[in-house]
Design a protein around this ligand. Structure first.
Ligand code: GLN
Length: 209
């Protein structure tokens, strides 16, 4: 690996790839190559250590049991937390988003600690599961086009004071809190409920990949 290589890490494809979110890793890699960057992509299975030298980490959605297993392994591993401490970017979707928060409700109905990389807490929604298309206007601070995807989750995510909503939905549920917020971010850590995968579905113009 050269020093000026962009290192993209796709976390736990064996546990959190149910909803096609791996497409986010593929498109980040492709877009970086189109911009002339030297790129290395590493897929890290749940029985492997998380490298701490990555630049961009992506983590997807999944079912409730794999989500608990992924949270346990990521907590035990500690590599993702160290990478964020080194300034790495993380883009997470749904189960991955919930894992990055302080806690979520696991498949056993218990409170499961997350990694605390995002100031959010996820609970189990009392109403119907949030399923369907989502379109959200991204926080203007980020200067990005609207984000689109589909959601499929029972969790409802509440943002703490140091997390900002990633987007405001035009339709769909997003965080499920009834205030139209979707996802969350801080300096380098991003979370969304949008599968799709959402990054390929979202483009600045029709001429871009
Ligand atoms: N198990 C979580 C929920 O239902 C996440 C589901 C997902 O990743 N789509 O809230």
């Amino acid at each position: 690996m050269s020093d000026n290589q962009l290192r993209i890490v796709w976390i736990y494809p064996d546990l959190l790839s149910t909803y096609g979110d791996q497409g986010n890793a593929l498109v980040v890699e492709r877009r970086a190559r189109q911009r002339g960057l030297d790129v290395a992509r590493l897929d890290v299975r749940s029985d492997q250590p998380i490298p701490t030298s990555g630049d961009i980490y992506l983590i997807g959605g999944g079912e409730d049991r794999p989500q608990r297993l992924a949270a346990e392994r990521l907590r035990r591993d500690g590599g993702l937390q160290r990478a964020v401490g080194n300034g790495a970017i993380v883009f997470s979707v749904c189960a991955g988003y919930q894992i990055l928060g302080h806690e979520f409700i696991n498949d056993l109905g218990q409170r499961e600690p997350g990694l605390g990389l995002l100031d959010v807490v996820s609970v189990r929604g009392e109403g119907a599961r949030c399923v369907g298309d989502v379109l959200g206007d991204v926080n203007p601070h980020l200067g990005l086009p609207p984000l689109t995807g589909f959601e499929n989750h029972q969790g409802v995510t509440h943002l703490g004071p140091t997390a900002r909503p990633l987007a405001q939905v035009r339709f769909g549920n997003g965080n499920g809190t009834g205030d139209g917020t979707e996802g969350a971010f801080n300096e380098t850590v991003f979370g969304t409920y949008m599968h799709g995968p959402c990054l390929p579905a979202t483009r600045r113009s029709r001429t871009c990949c």
